[in-house]
Design a protein. Sequence first.
Length: 410
Amino acid sequence: MKKNKRWVKRRHAVVHGMLKGAFARAMARNGYNYQKANLPKDQQYLILSNHQTGMDQFVIQLMLDRPLYFIIRSEMLSKGLVSKALSYLVAPIPKDKLSRDNKPIRISVQVAKEGGSIVLFPEGNRTMSGTTEHIDKSIVTFIKLLKLPVVFINLVGGFGKKARWSREQKDGPFNAYVKSVVPYEVYKDYTNEQIYNMVVDNLAVDDVAMGGHYKGQCIAEYMECMLFVCPKCGLAHFNSHGDTVECCMCHRKATYGEDLRFAPNDFNMTTVKQWFDYQKDYIRSYLFDTVDEDTILMQDDIESVSMEVKNKRKRKLLCKSRLMLYKDKLVIKPKRVKKLEIEVTLEHIEGIAMYDRNKIELKYGLGKYHIVGGDRFNALKYIYTMYHRRNVEGMPFDASKSEDKEFLGL
C-alpha cells in the first residue's frame, strides 16, 4: 500500500520565521492590530475565526506565531505557478465550495496526527453585512473528529476598514484577539447542539455595535455589489458614489456614515445588516409560480466566462456577454454574434458559490464555470435566487445540505 506523504514539513516553520517580520510591518502600516495569543508552542489546536477581510489569515498567523494550516477555497490553488509556490511554502488545505468534499477532512486529520494546527473560517465567506453570518452545522462533526483544543478568534473592525463589497481601505480601528480556548476535555461530552451553540456564541461579532468610525473618500462606493432590493421598488439596480447609494428606479437615496450607519432615509434602513436581512427575506418570499418561463428575472453585463479544465487551469469561453436568469435556467449570451451562447438548467447545476465580490463559480456537468462581472456587478442576487429556487423545488445544492432549509448560499 502506498504510504501517504507527510503534510506537515519542516520548511513551513522556516518560511513562517522568514516572513513574519514583513507581515507584522504590513499589518502595522495598515492599522490591523492584534493581541498575541500566549499559547504553548508544543500544543496543537483547531483555530476557528469569523471572516472579515483578505488580511485575516495574516493577522491570525501573527497572533499564533507558528506554522498554521488554513483550509481555503480550492479555486485559490488554480493560479499556476503562484499556487504551486503557495502549496510548497505553506501547504494550505484545499476545500471545494461547490460540493461536500471529504478531502479536507482527511487532510486535517493527517495534519493533526502530524502535530500541526488547523485554521478554519466556519462561515466559509467574508461577511457582507458586518456581522458573523451563517455557520453550517457540519462544523460539529469536524470538531468532534479532530478532538483538539479549540481556539476561538474574534476579528473586529475589518468590515469597517474594508467591507467585502468595497474597494477602498478606510482609516479606523481593527482588533483581533482570542475570545476563548475550549479544551477537548470540556466539550467532549457536549451534545451536537451544545457544540454548535459554542461555536456560534464565540464567533458572534457586530462591527456596527463596536462603535468605531471609519474615514474614507468613498465609503459607500460599490455598495451595489451587495444591494439589489429596494424597499419601494423590489428587485432593482443601485448606483453608488462617495458616501451615497441611490436606487436607479425610484431615485431615492441613502447616505452611509463613518459610524457604518445610514442617515435617516426614505428606505427606512439603518444598517447594512438590516438591509442584508431584508433582501434575504424578500428572496425567500419570492413566488416562482407566478412567473412565466420566458420571463427574465434578472440580467447584467459580465466581463468573461471561463471553464476549469485539466490541472485546474481555466480556458476562457466568452468575453463580454449578457447574463440572464430565468426561473429554470441561466443563459449567457455573448455580445459577439459568432460566439455560441451558454445555457444551463438550474435543475442540473450541482453547486454554485460566490467568491471575491463580483464572481460566480458553478459546477455543471463535468466542468466548473467561472463568471466574472464588472466592478459593480452584483453576484449575490444570483446566488440567493438560484439557492431559493432549488430549495423550493426540494433539490438543495450539495453544499447546502444542512438542516437550515432557508440557507441561501452565504
